[in-house]
Design a protein around this ligand. Structure first.
Ligand code: BG6
Length: 483
């Protein structure tokens, strides 16, 4: 085989990610409305999203640090309630100005913003007034919000992402984990939300093509591939059906304008009936996303599971950090359930199992299925880090995790995966969805703890972790220098 050390394309979008609610803070600054995440029920001992990493006041310093690492891209999201405090109607000029300044700062260093339009933080007023995504009216609300963004940032944003991890809010959504209401939702409710959200995204993609002809737009689901637990054909079929339900349902809708047939079998078993309106599928079929963004932290392993009537009552009010909670929600009777994979690698520094092949495998599968460019919008390793007395942070476990993943991703590209960018989670430490600020993902350490009162007045000094210097080398060498 020919020696090939140029597998990352010349203009590869090296960068990292964040989301508004998890990084910005300033939850009530300059006219911003409340979001469902500002009032979200928190796990005991974890901070709120009110002050987060205070990117709102530190963005210049943070973007300068990203530039120092050599970022070509920064994947971030816009807070809908900063732009439209109640999610509809009047626009908040201060909110519009904030993101304009952020984009300007990025461009100053040649960093391309990759902008998620919606990353979990629904304006609270839309939840309270319309019952959130249960109401088809949300399609119009979302598209009106997109219109403001497309018109205002036409010159600033080249890459748009419609919706972060829509599929996770459905797949694990029985207790509205990400929405934060904690309310039980039936499968029928969830899949009707999914349909509404997909039509909304399709309409946004049409609108973006019309208003921003030079921009590219795509979805940002969390995609994993299911490895069959054994070579038993029944496990292989379970893995295929799991892929259809967890992943292909969302991407097939936006690329092909249809849902996978196997999912209709699941719908029948579970008495799920979608409220489909005339033109919905046509709108999806003709929207043509320009790329697929996807988050990928590790692939799943699936074992066949016969149908039974699932009773999730005992999970109400459970601490959602608990793995057994997540495992129970990931169990899909009639399809399969997730199980441990003994072949996963062990991180040499902390012994934790991980799947460095996740992007290589999943990106190849997506390239074969959709023939579209791919941007990795999240990947990474969250855990506690220690700020040493000499102000260093040694995170060899994170470097190892990312290095092995990038090594495999590189081979994936050589094998045909059309990946054009890699934005691991996260650029700087930010508040985890369920585990506060103690679970850190960043290349940049943010000095704060779980105490909100302290955070309110804290300086939140930034420090470069070892992984910061390592990633800088990776980017400078276009992915060749990984040690
Ligand atoms: C993704 C989300 O699910 O994973 C992010 O898009 C999230 O918002 C990230 O923070 C890591 O998950 P967690 O639960 O560790 O914060």
């Amino acid at each position: 085989m020919q020696e090939n050390n140029k597998s990352f394309p010349k203009d590869f979008l090296w960068g990292a990610s964040s989301s508004s609610a998890q990084v910005e803070g300033g939850y009530d600054c300059d006219g911003k409305g409340l979001t469902i995440w500002d009032v979200k029920k928190l796990n005991p001992g974890t901070c709120s999203f009110h002050y987060a990493s205070d990117f709102y006041h530190h963005y210049k310093e943070d973007i300068a640090l990203m530039a120092e690492m050599g970022f070509k891209a920064y994947r971030m999201s816009i807070s809908w309630a900063r732009i439209m405090p109640t999610g509809e109607g009047e626009v908040n000029q201060a909110g519009l100005d904030f993101y304009k300044k952020v984009f300007k700062e990025c461009h100053k260093y040649g960093i391309e913003p990759i902008v998620t339009i919606f990353h979990f933080d629904l304006p609270l007023a839309l939840q309270q007034k319309y019952d959130g995504w249960n109401n088809r009216l949300l399609i119009d609300k979302y598209v009106a919000y997109c219109k403001v963004l497309f018109e205002h940032y036409k010159e600033d944003v080249k890459y748009w992402l419609t919706y972060n991890e829509q599929n996770m809010t459905i797949f694990y959504g029985a207790f509205d984990m990400t929405g934060g209401t904690g309310k039980f939702q039936t499968l029928n409710t969830l899949y009707n939300q999914a349909h509404i959200q997909l039509v909304a995204q399709a309409k946004a993609i049409h609108l973006c093509h019309e208003l921003c002809p030079n921009a590219m737009i795509g979805p940002a689901p969390n995609i994993t591939t299911s490895y069959p637990n054994t070579a038993n054909p029944i496990d292989y079929i379970a893995a295929m059906n799991m892929d259809d339900l967890r992943n292909n349902f969302y991407t097939d809708a936006l690329v092909f304008g249809e849902y996978p047939k196997s999912v209709y079998r699941y719908f029948e078993m579970n008495d799920i009936k979608l409220d489909i309106h005339e033109g919905d599928f046509e709108c999806m079929k003709t929207c043509h996303p320009d790329f697929i963004g996807f988050n990928c932290y590790g692939n799943d392993t699936t074992k066949y599971l016969a149908y039974y009537e699932q009773d999730l009552d005992s999970l109400e009010n459970a601490d959602n950090r608990n793995m057994s909670y997540l495992r129970a929600l990931g169990e899909k009777p009639g399809i399969g359930k997730a199980c441990e994979n003994p072949f996963f690698e062990k991180n040499r520094f902390d012994g934790n199992a991980f799947d460095p092949y996740c992007i290589r495998v999943t990106a190849r599968r997506l390239s074969d299925r959709y023939h579209l460019p791919l941007i990795i919008t999240e990947n990474g390793y969250g855990r506690a880090d220690i700020l040493e007395e000499d102000q260093t942070i040694h995170d060899p476990y994170r470097i190892e995790h990312l290095r092995r993943t990038i090594e495999e991703m590189k081979i994936g590209i050589e094998e045909g995966a059309n990946i054009i960018g890699y934005c691991p989670w996260s650029a700087l430490d930010l508040v985890s969805t369920r585990e506060g600020i103690s679970k850190r993902y960043g290349f940049i350490y943010v000095d704060r703890d779980e105490d909100d009162e302290k955070a309110k007045h804290a300086q939140m000094k930034r420090y470069r972790k070892d992984s910061f210097y390592w990633y800088k080398k990776v980017i400078a060498s276009n992915g060749e220098e990984l040690y």
